[in-house]
Ligand binder design. Sequence first.
Ligand SMILES: Cc1cc2nc3c(=O)[nH]c(=O)nc-3n(C[C@H](O)[C@H](O)[C@H](O)COP(=O)(O)OP(=O)(O)OC[C@H]3O[C@@H](n4cnc5c(N)ncnc54)[C@H](O)[C@@H]3O)c2cc1C
Length: 252
Amino acid sequence: MNFDRVFIAAGAVSTTAIIARSRPTEARPIKLRDTQHFVFPLMRFRGTKDAATEKTNRLSQIFVEIDDPALCDRLVHLQFYGYNDIFMNALKEKLALVNKVAPFFVNFLARHAMIVQGFLHSDDSGSVKLSLARSGKVQLAGEPSAQAHKIARKAQQSIARSWQAFGGMPVPGQIMVPPPGASRHLGASLPMSAAPSGDETDTLGRPVGLTRVHAVDASVLPPIPASTVTYSAMANAARIVDEVARLAETDP
Ligand SMILES: Cc1cc2nc3c(=O)[nH]c(=O)nc-3n(C[C@H](O)[C@H](O)[C@H](O)COP(=O)(O)OP(=O)(O)OC[C@H]3O[C@@H](n4cnc5c(N)ncnc54)[C@H](O)[C@@H]3O)c2cc1C
């Protein structure tokens, strides 16, 4: 079968693997950038009585962007979540003994707790190395960053300092910084560049040496911002397709 053009949007890992597999002679690890995430609980001074039973969605209720050069040069993005069953079950598991003897206390915590999920810019995060085994199988290895842990803790302290504004306090010492890749906001493995080289792509998502193959998903974003990434990936894909359609009119 023949095609005029190929657009690949299989997601950062799969698109990178497809490009890597198509060039086995250049096989070398490719770096997938991550927006490393972290999670910590925040106890609100006022509880919500019907937190467990109120009929509402359980999506993030507040987005907060921290713009503080003392923390890092980039924005830190935070999403605040109220009660949900996943956190409640985790709480009950963690405090199994307390829940047995004093379930009202665990319910009290649930009424007052919020979970804060933070994300860092890819420049401040660990990354994931993608390499191909001889069989063509993809191997992924996390490359952690000590800086990411430091910034995550500082972001938590920053929220603690603003306790009055938030009407609550993060629980001291409680923060989880999962390994790189866990954020599920991977990308920038084939970053667009005006003058691409190595694993970079041009501004139409074309890997070096390919003229009719375009990667058009999160893999070609130059960095990955801390804030939500999907609209940026979609807007960029739409831009590439529009520009290619315009080019095709003059040079089919
Ligand atoms: C649980 C979860 C929650 C998230 N929440 C948010 C959020 O709130 N906000 C936000 O901005 N981002 C969020 N993200 C991240 C977001 O989903 C991704 O960053 C975004 O979808 C990336 O877009 P993409 O086009 O690069 O890849 P994808 O959206 O992953 O699209 C790739 C598509 O290609 C398909 N595919 C893969 N391989 C092949 C193949 N060989 N042949 C054919 N098709 C193939 C896949 O099935 C998929 O449909 C979340 C991710 C997860 C997992």
